[in-house]
Design a protein around this ligand. Sequence first.
Ligand code: FMN
Length: 325
Amino acid sequence: MNYGFWGKLNKPFTVLAPMANVTDWAFRQIIIQTGRPDVFYTEFVSCDGICALGPEKFRGELYFEKNERPIVAQFFTADPEKLKRCVEMAVKMGFDGVDINMGCPDRSIEKQGAGAALIKNPKLARALIKAAKQVAGSLPISVKTRLGYNKIETESWIPHLVEEGIAALVVHGRTRKEMSSVPAHWDEMGKIAEMAKPVGTLVVGNGDIKDMAEARQKASEYKLDGIMIGRGIFNNPWFFNENIKPDSIRPKDKIKLMLQHCDNFSKLWKGEDKTTVKNFDTLKRFFKIYINDWPGAKDLRAQLMDSKSIDEAKALVLGYLKSNS
Ligand SMILES: Cc1cc2nc3c(=O)[nH]c(=O)nc-3n(C[C@H](O)[C@H](O)[C@H](O)COP(=O)(O)O)c2cc1C
């Protein structure tokens, strides 16, 4: 088995989940400052998009720096040949691993036969893994998926993936139908760990983890190699840093992060060449993360949600800092 970097991690390891419009370089650099996970992912990127428009159009999504290693590029597609081209590109770009998305419930992605639609098409799912492995060289291949499509299908779906000899399998403990509306079925994770054992695929559990203590408890209870954290980081950007207690974080610490994030965002998405630009509204999700939990935060946040540009948002928080220091 080619484990690549996955084989060198201390267990249980932590992974920041791929999240579209969230886990770009701008945000990952913030998390490096607050306290990093063992592994980073990019947000997912369309192989069909890369093959049609060229990788330059996805410069922002794919950009990373050395201090983010190990970092995995996540792709979605239903076309093994396009996946091959993107894996070759990821090798050249110096990514540490490639992950194939087999869990996204977005209709536009499923329409292409990609994301969660692959749960209904194990033959194609297997062909995608085979294609990726053919060209990956020393780069490890992983898959991120769900427990099933309309119902839990652990026993019939998961073996298709582990039998292909992937280095790691990340399982979001819900079905496609459940989206994110019910608590994750962690009891299925133990079964998956057992299924993966004979092949040696590492199993990473994902879904609803609130803090590091819970991450460790779930890994131990279900004998998992690692835990992936998504929305938990929204509640606490210091999630991975157990030396920082959430109630010791001051409003100005959060505001500082927000200002830094704004600068990172401007740098990444409005580069000199202007090949890739992201709408300012994408940044508003983060205002909710940074500006909360203190008297006055609600009003400031409301003003930020009405702001029209990064400069306006920055001026608002700087003004707030000045009048509250
Ligand atoms: C805003 C957002 C964007 C997401 N984008 C992706 C993505 O690009 N690729 C992916 O595999 N999963 C994506 N997910 C799913 C997460 O990776 C994760 O599986 C899910 O949020 C459950 O974990 P959590 O309960 O820790 O958040 C996304 C989730 C959110 C909330």
